[in-house]
Write a protein that binds this ligand. Structure first.
Ligand code: ZN
Ligand code: CA
Length: 403
């Protein structure tokens, strides 16, 4: 209902766009940011110029490098019902899909028509749940909050703690993902990058389309809605271009995605023609189209190069972020635990000196504080319920499974 009221004031063009608000609300939500944030809008025009320049290959070749880029991620879970307070496993399943699909490791390339398959490429971006918060403290990269606001994700207040949402972590340094209720059929949206970051910069996802387990619902249970939304976060448009959704006149500025008329839902049959001049029809299995998760299969070489370019130009602070330290590698040298998974007894060994070990639940509750010495110490953990815990000491953290 609120959405319709907005469209009345915005006019006919976006009203047409609202027909296509199912699955991905990026165009509508970016338009909303344009209405309210002047600096963001100016920066967005500059992104469009970048995309136009990209189309004619006038850009520096450095952006085409193949270094692996790491992006620290924080997931803000905002739930109205307990079931929407999604599990760590569900969040992890989503991060795994991101890493798989941005690295061209899906294992389902055989489903891509041969003419398009050779255009697919790995983006060489690795996503990591943050292990340091903006204050430098240890974190699991997940925040949780209960709210009583319905469809908070569609109301542009999900990023405001004072209004029932959760404040973002420093947006230049973290990919912020809010997982919360969305209105209607929308599964997610992203705010397109701009040279001037939006106050809502990040991605919003419905828990019913986040990850591959828990609250997900078919056919959007393969974690690929977020792959699509992170594509937007890194500057990609829908293959049919901007907003119009009903013609062949607008472009995504990618010369290796065929021009197409509008979005394709479900699982199309190849070839599917929509615009004159196409040789092989729509690339309906592109991650930036609207297919079912099982039929969304590739980013093209140009899309990959453009995302890496946007990362370097608009989102370079992500690489200088302290949000992901990868300390787990160091942990193996200073802290050891046996057995893992454990039942009633847990042995902890520090290699250097005595330390306190905090045992956290995945919900962020402190369960135990153990004093371990620089030798093997055994602890009784029989009162811990089955599940995953995080062990945190002065310089280390580890995951513990209790059976
Ligand atoms: Zn989209
Ligand atoms: Ca194209």
């Amino acid at each position: 209902m609120k959405k319709r009221l907005i469209f009345v004031t915005i006019g006919v063009l976006v009203l047409i766009g609202s027909v296509h608000s199912q699955r991905c609300d990026t165009e509508n939500e970016t338009f909303r940011a344009i209405q309210s944030e002047h600096a963001y809008t100016k920066g967005l025009f500059e992104l469009d110029s970048l995309a136009e320049a990209f189309e004619t290959w006038t850009l520096e070749s450095s952006a085409r490098g193949d270094t692996i880029m790491f992006i620290p991620v924080v997931v803000h879970v905002i739930y109205r019902h307990d079931v929407q307070n999604i599990s760590y496993d569900q969040i992890k399943s989503q991060i795994d899909v991101l890493n798989r699909d941005f690295n061209w490791a899906g294992g389902d390339h055989g489903k891509i028509p041969e003419v398009f398959r050779s255009l697919g490429q790995a983006c060489r971006i690795q996503f990591r749940l943050a292990d340091r918060d903006p204050h430098g403290n240890f974190t699991h990269g997940i925040t949780r909050k209960q709210t009583d606001i319905e469809d908070i994700g569609s109301q542009a207040i999900y990023h405001r703690s004072s209004k029932g949402g959760t404040d973002p972590w420093s947006q230049p340094h973290y990919l912020n993902i809010w997982v919360c209720e969305l209105e209607g059929n929308a599964l997610g949206f992203s705010i397109l990058p701009s040279n001037n970051m939006s106050e809502r910069d990040g991605v919003v996802m419905d828990p019913n389309a986040f990850g591959t387990t828990g609250t997900v619902r078919p056919p959007y249970n393969g974690g690929r809605t977020l792959v699509h939304e992170v594509g937007h976060y890194l500057g990609l448009r829908h293959p049919w271009g901007k907003g119009d959704g009903g013609g062949c006149s607008t472009t995504d500025h990618m010369s290796d995605t065929p021009k197409q008329e509008k979005e394709n839902f479900g699982c199309e049959t190849f070839p599917h023609f929509s615009c004159g001049g196409q040789t092989d029809g729509d690339m309906f299995m592109n991650f930036m189209d609207y297919a079912n998760d099982s039929c969304m299969l590739l980013f093209t070489k140009q899309q990959v190069q453009f995302m890496r370019l946007v990362l370097r130009r608009n989102r370079a602070a992500l690489f200088h972020s302290d949000g992901y330290t990868g300390l787990s590698k160091m942990n193996e040298r200073s802290l050891r635990i046996y057995p893992n998974p454990a039942n009633d007894r847990l042995q902890i060994e520090f290699l250097h000196h005595d330390q306190l070990v905090n045992v956290w639940s995945v919900e962020g509750k402190l369960m135990k504080v153990l004093r371990a010495s620089a030798s093997i110490t055994e602890f009784d953990i029989s009162n811990l319920e089955s599940g995953m815990y995080f062990l945190e000491s002065e310089d280390s953290h580890l995951k513990l499974m209790v059976q």
